[in-house]
Design a protein around this ligand. Structure first.
Ligand SMILES: Cc1ncc(COP(=O)(O)O)c(C=O)c1O
Length: 487
């Protein structure tokens, strides 16, 4: 072996640099650093996962020549394909159709077979990529289902490797660790290790608007997920690899924030990262804004930008999706709220009585109310549920509504685009608008129709012409007003 050479490319995984952000986070006092996982040879942090998955599979008897099957949005596939090439395995990858062409072509470049499934189906639908991948693994002899969403080897990779690496590189001088929330491997594994070393370290997850995690952490309710564009983070089900208990805080970001920050990281910091990297930094800055004193924050940058040149780094795609400021599209939820006459948001508490909630619904002519406890959203209560419970005799008018509170809604933010709200409301009966923890609005289809109808209404006729200005005509001297004659 030549001096200084690695045995094979898999030995180049890890030891990724940590770099300070110098421009994009100027507005906050905390120091923000990024861990450049996108510099791994397979293009992301999933190289570490692939290494540990295969290590565990080989320990369990997997032999070279076998087939690795995985449901992957691309990065895990790239990492498994790389290791498979080095160690002599075949690969079949199943992925949702929202993934970029570059990602799919990248996997095929390694000789992997790629099966594409529809994104817009439930996770337990037979066409979903989770179900299809499981079926292929069951039907292929001598195969190994990597199962990154439920395989403990996923968080273990970060517990054994990324976590200790971060600790060593920083000499423990970090106060906050921030990462995007996908399978949870990164957060659960690094989080566990870092907390063992430094119990007061803050572990912060970043979740895209549309994913289930944020609402679940905040309200313990499973709300309606909806689709979004940023890839690799957010889920519409709960992987067992995600330990939500490790989180100290969770921050929500929308697609536009993610992609604007992704472009800024590349243009201003020279960090050519993917959308989830932009999401993580945008989330870290939001978190840092709330802090009462400056902290050292380390953000995990999962993958690189090359796979997204036709999307995030393409002005046409950004414009078509309303992510560029020069195209306001149909506006945002904030515009809709501003256009409504009724501004004050009416809420109930879990302790409110059924009788009072019905009276409120009747008085306002609405069918559901957000339920808030100590300023935080805990769910909604709707007339249909109140009625059902009253009819069943389980509740009386004097019962509290606590048990009737449900999670059958989606949450959006004031920045959510109207186009997205439209698809959210196609599925969810109501969308609750939250800003931070506060509820700032509740929207149904009729609000959206109203807003769009007003926008599309023909311009109102011009006002009647004013009397000619005084300059054009000599002014008639004002006479004192006539008094009514008193009789
Ligand atoms: C681009 C990207 N970012 C972030 C993540 C999230 O990482 P984890 O699955 O460890 O939570 C993933 C995972 O698929 C990803 O592909």
């Amino acid at each position: 072996m030549m001096h200084g050479a690695l045995e094979d490319i898999s030995k180049a995984v890890g030891d990724t640099p940590i770099v300070r952000l110098n421009k994009v986070a100027r507005e906050v006092k905390s120091e923000i650093y990024v861990k450049c996982e996108y510099l791994n040879p397979g293009g992301s942090h999933k190289d570490r996962l692939a290494w540990n998955l295969l290590r565990r599979a080989e320990e369990a008897g997997l032999e070279p020549g076998g087939t690795i099957v995985e449901a992957t949005s691309g990065n895990t596939g790239a990492s498994l394909a790389l290791l498979a090439a080095v160690r002599g395995y075949k690969c079949v990858f199943v992925m949702p159709d929202k993934m970029s062409q570059e990602k799919i072509a990248g996997l095929r470049a390694f000789g992997a077979k790629v099966v594409v499934c529809p994104t817009a189906v439930d996770a337990d639908d037979p066409r979903s990529y989770y179900v299809v991948s499981r079926r292929i693994a069951d039907e292929t002899p001598n195969s190994f289902y990597a199962n990154q969403y439920h395989n403990p080897a996923n968080p273990e990779a970060h517990y054994l490797w990324s976590g200790p690496e971060i600790w060593k590189q920083t000499a423990g001088e970090l106060d906050v660790f921030v990462a995007g929330m996908g399978t949870g491997g990164t957060l659960s594994g690094c989080g566990k290790f870092l907390k063992e070393k430094k119990p007061d370290i803050q572990i912060v997850g970043v979740d895209p608007v549309g994913s289930l995690y944020y609402d679940f952490v905040k309200t313990k309710r499973i709300t309606k997920p909806f689709s979004y564009k940023v890839e690799g983070i957010g889920e519409d089900f709960f992987p067992t690899t995600m330990n939500l208990g490790i989180l100290d805080d969770i921050v929500r970001v929308d697609d536009k924030e993610c992609f604007t920050m992704t472009r800024a990281l590349t243009r201003e910091e020279g960090l050519f990262v993917g959308g989830s990297g932009g999401a993580a930094v945008a989330g870290a800055i939001k978190y840092a804004r709330k802090l009462d004193r400056p902290r050292r924050i380390l953000v995990f940058l999962a993958d690189g930008g090359a796979k997204y040149v036709s999307k995030i780094f393409n002005d046409d795609w950004m414009r078509e999706n309303g992510f560029l400021d020069d195209d306001p599209g149909a506006g945002t939820v904030a515009d809709l709220l501003a256009s409504r006459r009724r501004q004050a948001i009416v809420t109930a508490q879990p302790s409110s009585r059924v009788r009072d909630v019905i009276a409120k619904l009747k008085e306002l002519g609405i069918s559901q109310l957000p339920v808030v406890e100590r300023g935080k959203l805990v769910g909604i209560v709707g007339e249909v549920d109140l009625l059902r419970y009253l009819v069943s005799g389980k509740k009386t008018l004097d019962s509290s509504i606590g048990e009737l509170v449900e999670g059958d809604y989606a949450t959006v933010t004031p920045n959510t685009k109207i186009e997205l709200l439209q698809s959210v409301l196609a599925d969810a009966k109501v969308a609750i608008v939250t800003q931070g923890e506060a509820v700032v609005g509740i929207l149904t289809k009729i609000d959206l129709i109203d807003y769009l109808a007003k926008r599309n209404a023909p311009p109102s006729p011009p006002p009647p012409r004013k009397a000619p200005a005084a300059r054009e005509k000599p002014r008639v001297p004002a006479r004192p007003p006539k008094r009514a004659k008193r009789t």
